[in-house]
Design a protein around this ligand. Sequence first.
Ligand code: KG4
Ligand code: ZN
Length: 350
Amino acid sequence: MILGIESSCDESSVALVEGRRVLVNLIHSQVAQHASFGGVVPELAARQHLEKLPGLVELALQEAEVSPGQVKQIAVTRGPGLVGCLLVGVGLAGGLAAAWDVPLRGVNHLWGHVAAAWAESVATVPPGLPLLAMVASGGHSDLVLLSAEGGFELLGRTRDDAAGEAFDKAARMLGLGYPGGPALARLAEAGDGRRQPLPRPRLPGLEYSFSGLKTALRYRLRELALSAGWSSERPGEIPVPSSEWIAESVRADLAAAFQHSVVESLLEKLERALSQHPVETVVVCGGVAANSRLRQRAAEVVGDRAHLIIPPLSLCTDNAAMIALAAGQITGVGAESVGVMADPTLDWRP
Ligand code: KG4
Ligand code: ZN
């Protein structure tokens, strides 16, 4: 029985996992607290974790009908993430480990996203290794190969913005609130990207780039506003979207075109990585894997070339079950130790 704690960004989460079975996975999203600021405010997020996490631990034990004595290990995200937020989780985990006299394991958040594929509800048998994973989140767009020996090989990543970050910024330009990804995806459903095509990022190899696409959207919006009589001296400036200069249908078409470009770009490289490393299992994970268009297209692109695992939405966006699963299921995820150091710049290091 492993108690997992996740607090790297704006989700406070506590989970109990027994083997591959997720008993409880409580997630408190801070969206409401950050929405009026248009993005995550790090200081506010850390305070929210401090306020919410202890209660979530109690609630998780209660809901799963588990006593502290049954918990054999505590797993906590130690990075990458926002430093203040990580410190709250690591501090709480260290305190609980000392009080309950159980080992503590610091888990890499990125490995955690991949580990969601180990949940019993996701895969009837544990995923076979080696496997190819695409982690697309607010901070990362990484293609990694998880080897049978327990190591990760980073095959490719983004040169600039992460996919989720691109979704969030595009959503803001289109006048959608925070968090932008889900809002943009909803708007895209009503649109047709072919009516407002945007360029598809094209980089050689297995690298991604989303900043050019973002700029293309900005200049398309600027053109639309200028041609409707809006004026601006500042290069690249765009007004807040309003029906005076952009029709709702055009906004939806642009959202659809943007989503199409990001999704196809992500999958083009995934496909290439799979050709270069023909493994039996592919995992698509991270917050952006909650995108239904990406889920549907990933299934088409991977086809019968490999077994594709995409965790359910609650295990794609940040959660503590994936952290506990990583600690219990993935070899070499980080040593058990008395003290765990938060490391905001961890990258893929264990
Ligand atoms: O993994 P995650 O919860 O947090 C990080 O580790 O960053 O990912 C959050 C990101 C945000 O950028 C959010 O906009 C994006 O995932 N996201 C989506 C969708 N749901 C969440 N992007 C596109 N479509 C969605 N349905
Ligand atoms: Zn994440």
